[in-house]
Design a protein around this ligand. Structure first.
Ligand SMILES: Nc1ncnc2c1ncn2[C@@H]1O[C@H](COP(=O)(O)OP(=O)(O)OP(=O)(O)O)[C@@H](O)[C@H]1O
Length: 232
């Protein structure tokens, strides 16, 4: 992925303020933004997705400009065609597995109907091993199954990049390794570029072909995964 980010934004909440000042260039497909809680990782991901507008700078992915302050260009989130996997998965509790996945394809306000079938949805239902529970609601699924539904909903729309916010944090430790392996295999199969944010060193080891470390809104240093392992 050609990732070219240079963003600056100050946020205010009461008397507190937080400045995000991130420059990131990468030609890798597997990018990790690593750092402690409150470092600005989610804000960076939101800026890439178009959910936060920087005060200045630019965001380019695969040669496409998403944001360029000096050119007054700011693509709407849906025009960026990036898949965003939220930390808590943000599944719709009143929609079953199949409908939740189909939601990734819908463009209007109407929820996908329970009896509708779509080839792409059925493909991901099967691929993620969700066929037996396709009619179940998210509350009736395990953590790993919920994560697969959320991933399937993101991928069914065929995004040009995946943005992953702490994708394993909501899972119990015994499931984390399995789901890490699944996501790693999936990324290799689809060859889909990704940016993953985490404070877990094991995520860095697995997905960090290109790693940047964020502290207090600023990049600490830019290192490759191999350098990172040596310093840990
Ligand atoms: N809308 C906002 N207004 C003001 N400050 C904000 C806003 N959103 C986030 N912040 C602050 O920005 C900082 C960075 O937040 P961010 O969510 O990016 O952290 P993070 O690195 O993703 O942390 P975590 O790992 O805990 O999710 C935090 O101090 C947070 O309180």
């Amino acid at each position: 992925m050609q990732l070219d980010i240079d963003i600056y934004k100050t946020l205010h909440a009461g008397t507190r303020s937080f400045t995000l000042n991130v420059q990131l260039q990468s030609g890798s497909q597997r990018n990790v933004i690593y750092g402690p809680s409150g470092a600005g990782k989610s804000l960076t991901l939101k800026a890439i997705a178009g959910l936060l507008t920087p005060e200045r700078g630019h965001i380019r992915i695969n040669g496409q400009t998403f944001f360029d302050h000096s050119a007054s260009l700011n693509l709407a989130p849906q025009a960026r065609r990036v898949g965003y996997l939220f930390q808590d998965y943000a599944l719709f509790p009143h929609l079953n597995v199949r409908q939740n996945i189909a939601f990734g394809l819908s463009h209007g306000w109407l929820n996908p109907r329970a009896r509708d079938r779509h080839d792409k949805v059925e493909y991901w239902v099967r691929t993620f091993g969700l066929a037996a529970m396709a009619h179940q609601l998210p509350d009736d699924l395990s953590g790993g199954q919920r994560q697969r539904v959320a991933l399937a909903r993101t991928i069914v729309a065929e995004p040009q990049a995946l943005l992953l916010d702490e994708p394993f944090a909501a899972l119990d430790p015994s499931l984390r390794n399995t789901m890490r392996r699944e996501l790693s295999d999936l990324q290799q199969l689809l060859q889909i570029p990704m940016v993953l944010i985490t404070h877990d060193p094991l995520d860095v080891q697995t997905f960090g072909d290109h790693v940047v470390e964020l502290r207090d809104g600023y990049l600490d240093r830019q290192v490759t995964a191999s350098c990172h392992q040596k310093t840990n």
